[in-house]
Design a protein around this ligand. Structure first.
Ligand code: AMP
Ligand code: ZN
Length: 470
């Protein structure tokens, strides 16, 4: 398996630290608002990478943090007239609701910055002890002049960065590029006690501390949107490697940005969509299908037309999935045919192995759908075991990894609608029995339905029914 590593700027063979185990960290949301479809792209890509690794048999420990203390949260709190804690709680809850709707598997751990203040303080203390950080009047900064490899991830030259940064010079810092590890509390701001006085952690140190706590000093994969390469990830490397003297991350994965109608998504341009809003009109499968058609590292141009097209594109595969479920329910014996399922499994895995080439993986699934449809057209009497194999392949790939089909939803839908339709037919028959004054039959129908937990109630405008909870 090959992964493109931002650090080395090339595709490299994937070798894990521990055999068959992957330690993966992704920078999660800052919980000050509902997350938008750009954030969602990064979350879905990370989720699909994790599911791909699990498909390949790796045991993945997947950590995704929540930044629940930050300037943006404090600003929002002041605007809404509530506490920063309330803002963070409100949008953390929304984050979990929306990621669930998006069919993103919950992380092994979702650490919150505010629950790791002690670890962060210890981390900063170590950096000061080792001479990599300095305290000025309650603010603690990382001294980038002490860390010789600064710039290795982004490929930026320190001299050029310094020239740019000088514009916003903070007199207190030794070097304009030095970044805050600990920020002294301003009046009215939330704060924690520390050896340097009351204050709160800087953003970068949070991820280094949480990654180290939950995954160890060196991890396999660290991922995030490409906007995070500099300065966030550059700073994470500097802090972590300065502290441990060990390599922080073996593979850096960055997701391309999502733009709308070829423009940057922004509230002022009015082309801004929250995921929550999109999911009221479209299903998770449709959004995921749209994301997966572009390689994770390339920019993605989002349009509503493309989302509508993605809805259409899914029909073929969902039609087949529903048909297969129906055949499995009927459980009929028939012809056992020779069909090379292994070929599709192998092609799917090859796509994943080539730096998570999801557009290719999608193409394999659609090739499978086309070939299976042909098989079904040619053999009207296939054995249920064949349908079970088809189900298994789609379940593992299209559902389990790509999450562009949900068998759970399809099963519920087909079962419920069939059940509802049958009850409606029975209610009609009972109505006719009553019209014919055949009350014995009408009562029998009601009593028999009650025995299987369906209660009929005669109402003014017809009959309503409900399922008894047992
Ligand atoms: P934030 O809540 O701003 O800290 O971002 C959460 C995650 O979403 C990070 O991994 C960002 O890099 C990513 N992200 C933010 N905006 C976009 C975008 N327009 N397209 C893709 N990813 C994004
Ligand atoms: Zn981070």
């Amino acid at each position: 398996m090959q992964i493109y590593n931002t650090l080395t700027r090339k595709k490299e063979p994937f070798k894990t630290i521990e055999e068959n185990k992957v330690k993966m960290y992704i920078c999660g949301p800052t919980v000050y608002d509902f997350f938008h479809i750009g954030n969602a792209r990064s979350f879905v890509m990370a989720d699909t990478i994790r599911k791909s690794l699990e498909f390949k048999g790796y045991d993945v420990k997947f950590v995704m943090n929540l930044t629940d203390i930050d300037d943006k949260i404090i600003n929002r709190a002041n605007k809404e007239g509530i506490s920063a804690k309330d803002v963070a709680e409100k949008y953390s809850k929304a984050f979990f609701e929306d990621t669930k709707k998006l069919k993103i598997k919950p992380a092994t751990v979702h650490p919150k910055a505010t629950e790791h203040i002690q670890e962060i303080i210890e981390f900063i203390k170590d950096l000061i002890d080792k001479g990599y950080a300095y305290n000025i009047d309650g603010d603690v900064y990382f001294d980038i002049s002490k860390y010789k490899d600064y710039g290795k991830l982004s490929g930026k030259k320190i001299e050029e960065l310094e020239a740019g940064a000088r514009v916003e010079v903070n007199e207190k810092k030794k070097n304009p590029l030095d970044f805050a590890l600990w920020k002294k509390a301003k009046p009215g701001e939330p704060y924690w006690e520390s050896p340097w006085g009351i204050g709160r952690p800087g953003w970068h140190i949070e991820c280094s501390a949480m990654s180290c706590k939950h995954l160890g000093e060196t991890i396999d994969i660290h991922a995030g949107g490409s906007d995070l390469i500099f300065p966030h990830h550059e700073n994470e490397i500097a802090q972590s490697e300065a502290r441990t003297g060990k390599k922080f991350v073996n593979y850096w994965i960055h997701f391309g940005f999502l733009n709308i109608d070829n423009e940057k998504m922004s509230k002022s341009l009015g082309n801004f969509f929250t995921t929550r809003e999109i999911l009221t009109k479209y299903r998770a499968q449709e959004l995921r299908f749209l994301y997966l058609q572009t390689h994770y590292a390339s920019p993605l141009n989002f349009t509503i037309d493309a989302l509508n097209a993605s809805k259409k594109g899914l029909e073929k595969i969902e039609d087949l999935a529903s048909f297969i479920l129906d055949k499995i329910n009927k459980n009929q014996n028939g012809d056992i045919v020779d069909f090379n399922f292994n070929y599709y499994y192998q092609q799917f895995e090859l796509a994943i192995d080539d730096d998570f080439n999801f557009p290719k993986a999608l193409a394999v699934v659609f090739e499978f759908v086309r070939d299976v449809n042909k098989l079904i057209n040619e053999n009207s009497n296939l054995d249920v075991s064949v349908y079970k194999e088809i189900y298994k392949l789609l379940q593992k790939t299209a559902d389990g990894v790509l999450s562009i089909v949900s068998f759970e939803e399809l099963e519920n839908k087909s079962f419920h609608s069939l059940e509802d339709d049958l009850i409606k037919i029975i209610i009609e028959i009972r109505k006719e029995a009553k019209l014919n004054k055949n009350y014995a039959l009408a009562d029998k129908i009601r009593d028999e339905l009650k025995k299987i937990g369906i209660i009929l109630q005669d109402a003014k405008d017809g009959v309503i029914y409900k399922k008894e909870i047992r």
